[in-house]
Design a binder for this molecule. Structure first.
Ligand code: NAD
Length: 476
């Protein structure tokens, strides 16, 4: 068992018990109890109560896992997730309504429509960086759509995983919703079972394992992955505002955010002005310096990630213009001050993979065309940010999971927008109705009149389909 789990008192489920859990949840689905809208609303309410009643306990667990300030946990996890669950309670009835579709000229008597139906028994595998948002968040869509579900919290954020697992049976129907804990053996055993949908949040390497395992059962997957999300800033931007927002977005959860601004692209001229504004913003955020503000800043989740980011930073040939790498982690505090690095070359150590830590490289380019080329020469990112009076050219010529102009991270908080990647940043999307749809089967229904006057009328109209075939009948 991992050290984090031991420290948190998190018990792993026995690998052998996992097929039985899957079997029980599949049987519970077939009883039909999750199909009623009232049942779903009740479970969604219970989920909201679970978070609300235990706000302090969640903030404490998140603080133990990530050294987070309560403000960040309330802002980015509890408030958004509770709001989303409550919105789902109010909206699920209309989301689940039959959708009439246009019959066209030929099918006017057949009442074509779409039913959004639960897929069955689904699996959610979560990541550690926002244990509520990326674990409970998708569960809202799964419950609203009427599925039974297993949630596998990340073992890395072990205190949060333990709290979720302790509270689950107290608030949710244990016949239909279960939390399963463990590391790779438990995840693998879960992936070997048959599900009707798997939503995985994490890195692309494991994402590929998930998709391969799911293929055995022809099980659809949603992969919520990461990547290097660029931020374009040009001379038309209000640089003091841009600098504050970018710095805020990067320091949030010390950069351990899938949609964190990974790096900045701008011209040399903008770079020097932006660096000056970053320094002013940092002085406002942390008036006595970052070292004196460690209670305000989240921490790296564990020593491994702390070392990984430090190693990336040690390899840089860029110029450190704000903050500096921490000396060591002897205090085991996992604190890592925000570092801004200017004049970074495209092949620099901090430009190779997703940073997922508080390091912000600035890469100078000649103009927006070179910025577009730069972005297009790399994997499609999860987010694309732009601070400019005219962002259209960038948006139209680059692909990304989502786009936000004039700010950082916030598109993720708008429940009516789909949240998901494209290409290597993942596929599928959730949040609000998008999550409900992701976990629903869109069942096509056509009701052909076949009795009484209408049945006979339609029979007359369509009689030319029967053998012996006559090609002239097609021109009716
Ligand atoms: P992680 O280590 O917590 O792993 C996620 C889940 O995968 C865990 O439940 C874990 O048990 C399981 N897992 C790990 N290795 C496995 C294996 N070999 N086989 C089967 N299951 C396995 O999370 P992580 O990957 O370190 O998360 C960080 C990444 O997640 C970053 O790239 C980040 O950008 C991305 N992320 C994406 C989103 C999004 O919504 N798109 C949100 C958060 C994080």
């Amino acid at each position: 068992m991992a050290a984090a789990a031991e420290a948190a008192g998190l018990k792993y489920d026995a690998v052998e018990s996992i097929p039985q859990i899957n079997k029980e949840l599949r049987a519970a689905f077939l009883t039909g109890k999750t199909r009623s809208i009232e049942y779903r609303q009740n479970q969604l309410k219970q989920l909201a109560f679970m978070l609300q009643d235990n706000e302090d306990a969640f903030c404490e667990a998140l603080n133990k896992d990530l050294g987070r300030h309560k403000f960040e946990s309330m802002f980015a996890e509890l408030m958004t997730t509770i709001t989303e669950a409550v919105e789902a309670v109010h909206s699920v009835k209309s989301w689940a309504k039959k959708e009439k579709v246009s019959p066209g000229l030929a099918w006017g008597f057949h009442n074509p429509h779409v039913r959004r139906e639960p897929k069955g028994t689904v699996l959610i595998l979560g990541a550690w960086n926002y244990p509520l948002t990326v674990q409970i968040g998708p569960l809202i869509g799964a419950i609203a759509a009427g599925n039974t579900c297993v949630l596998k919290p990340s073992e890395v954020s072990a205190h949060s995983a333990k709290l979720i697992s302790d509270l689950f049976p107290k608030y949710l129907d244990p016949e239909c919703y279960r939390a399963v804990n463990g590391g790779i053996p438990q995840s693998t055993a879960l992936l070997d079972c048959r599900w009707e949908h798997i939503l995985y949040t994490g890195n692309g390497t494991v994402g590929r394992i998930v998709a391969e395992k799911a293929a055995k059962w022809l099980c659809p997957t949603t992969l919520e992955l990461g990547g290097k999300s660029p931020t374009w800033v040009d001379e038309t931007a209000d640089l003091p505002i841009a600098a504050k927002r970018i710095l805020w977005g990067k320091q949030f959860n010390v950069g351990q955010t899938c949609v964190a601004p990974d790096y900045v692209l701008c011209t040399k001229k903008v770079q020097s002005q932006l660096v000056a504004e970053f320094k002013k913003a940092a002085d406002q955020f942390w008036p006595k310096g970052q070292e004196a503000a460690t209670d305000q800043q989240s921490k790296m989740v564990n020593e491994g990630h702390w070392k990984r980011v430090k190693g990336m930073l040690e390899g840089t040939n860029g110029k450190i213009v704000l903050g500096g790498p921490p000396e060591d982690n002897k205090s085991q505090s996992r604190a890592f001050p925000l570092v801004v690095v200017s004049d970074v070359k495209p092949d620099d150590s901090i430009m190779t993979g997703e940073i997922f830590g508080p390091v912000l490289p600035i890469v100078a380019v000649q103009n927006v065309d070179e910025a577009i080329q730069f972005i297009n020469s790399r994997d499609q990112p999860l987010a694309l940010y732009s601070f400019s009076a005219n962002s259209d050219k960038l948006i139209e010529n680059c692909r990304s999971g989502g786009v936000l102009t004039g700010d950082i991270l916030l598109h993720n908080a708008v429940g009516s927008l789909p949240f998901g990647g494209t290409g290597p940043s993942g596929y599928g999307a959730y949040h609000g109705k998008w999550g409900f749809d992701e976990f629903s089967h869109k069942r096509a229904v056509l009701e052909a009149p076949h009795r009484g006057i209408m049945g006979h009328a339609v029979e007359m109209l369509m009689k030319g389909r029967y053998p012996p075939y006559n090609i002239k009948n097609l021109s009716m």
